[in-house]
Write a protein that binds this ligand. Structure first.
Ligand code: P6P
Length: 336
């Protein structure tokens, strides 16, 4: 791979755009970069070592906790705690939020929310998985213990968000509110190199991503939209195709590059949806809007405006190319 800018160089260059930047946000990215390299290494040897079997215990979601889930959570938590700029962490793998109370961290300006290994059930079948992260300024006084309010902030308050996709190549994609930028990992050099600067959704797309196995459980508006995508004339002048990996980061990343819409609706199976607002939907919604896309959780319900009520709450989630999500919203409005 031709060496362009490294992630570190790019962040320092962009930091110059923020006169009051103190380097703390850069330090968070440095932690995430380190943990991502370690998780990349663990995932890529998963087939060899006996670390893909489920630990046997369950996480707060009642899901079998895969060993790599545990490893990924511990690595990101340790990397973030070590820098002294993050005062607290909330994670899909932790029942409650964690306060970093060492003498430096308790004065940290930021809290981080993370899904350390989203889609981990796909590991055993060699399907791409990802890490999703979201960064906020703390609300509680510096030096004091973090409170739940530090984590229950609307997505519009995010100062940064991103994901790592462990796929055919490992990539780190992030935004600090100044566009979306993608970096591809070169394991031979151990560096993330700028490969996708200013990523933008195509306004239209031809991919719709939904678990059609749940079709009978969807509300009518979603059913009508899926039928629209499958209609004959949709194929002639808008040849839709269905692509669903079952790994949010992978489905999101493909649609961001090619254009498309991802749907995880509420249904009779998942009355409030399945995806978590704080560490899945909000970071992805932040990235989507930064890339010119749209992210909603219902009619006139922009995901980033939702007021969170609890750490692991779930919401319906529709995200992707602007014209596609706007079209879906019209179906939800008309048929619900
Ligand atoms: P389903 C993975 O378990 C996950 O949380 C997301 O990564 C993914 O988009 C979704 O669940 C898949 O859920 O019900 O279609 O298997």
């Amino acid at each position: 791979m031709e060496i362009t800018k490294t992630l570190g160089e790019f962040i320092i260059e962009k930091q110059a755009d923020y006169p009051d930047a103190t380097g703390e946000l850069s330090s968070i990215f440095s932690s995430i970069r380190l943990a991502a390299k370690i998780v990349h290494r663990e995932i890529n040897k998963a087939g060899l070592a006996d670390i893909t079997g489920a630990v046997g215990n369950e996480n707060i979601q009642g899901e079998q906790q895969q060993k790599l889930d545990v490893i990924a959570n511990d690595k990101f938590k340790a990397a973030l705690a070590a820098r002294g700029v993050v005062c607290g962490l909330a994670s899909e793998e932790e029942d409650c939020y964690v306060h970093f109370d060492d003498d430096r961290s308790k004065f940290g300006k930021y809290v981080v929310l993370i899904d350390p290994l989203d889609g981990s059930s796909n590991i055993d079948v060699n399907v791409s998985v990802g890490t999703i992260f979201s960064v906020y300024r703390r609300l509680s006084p510096m030096g004091e213990p973090v409170t739940e309010a530090d984590f229950l902030q609307p997505g519009d308050q995010q100062v940064a968000a991103g994901y790592v996709i462990y796929g055919s190549s490992t990539m780190l994609v992030y935004s600090t509110g100044n566009g979306v930028h993608g970096f591809t990992y070169d394991p031979s050099l151990g560096i993330f190199c700028l490969s996708h600067e200013n990523m933008c959704y195509p306004e239209n797309g031809t991919i719709y991503s939904v678990n059609e196995g749940n079709y009978v459980h969807f509300h009518d508006g979603v059913k009508q939209y899926i039928k629209y995508c499958q209609m004959e004339d949709a194929k002639t002048n808008r040849p839709y195709t269905s692509r669903y990996i079952g790994s949010l980061v992978s489905d999101f990343h493909r649609n961001l590059i090619k254009g498309g819409i991802f749907l995880y609706p509420a249904s009779s199976l998942h009355p409030t949806g399945k995806l978590r607002l704080l560490y899945e939907c909000n970071p992805m919604a932040f990235l989507a809007e930064q890339a010119g896309g749209v992210a909603i959780s219902g009619v006139e319900s922009r995901t980033l405006e939702l007021e969170p009520s609890e750490l692991h709450q779930r919401v319906p989630f529709f995200v992707g190319s602007k014209n596609m999500v706007n079209k879906l919203e019209r179906f939800l409005r008309e048929f619900t």
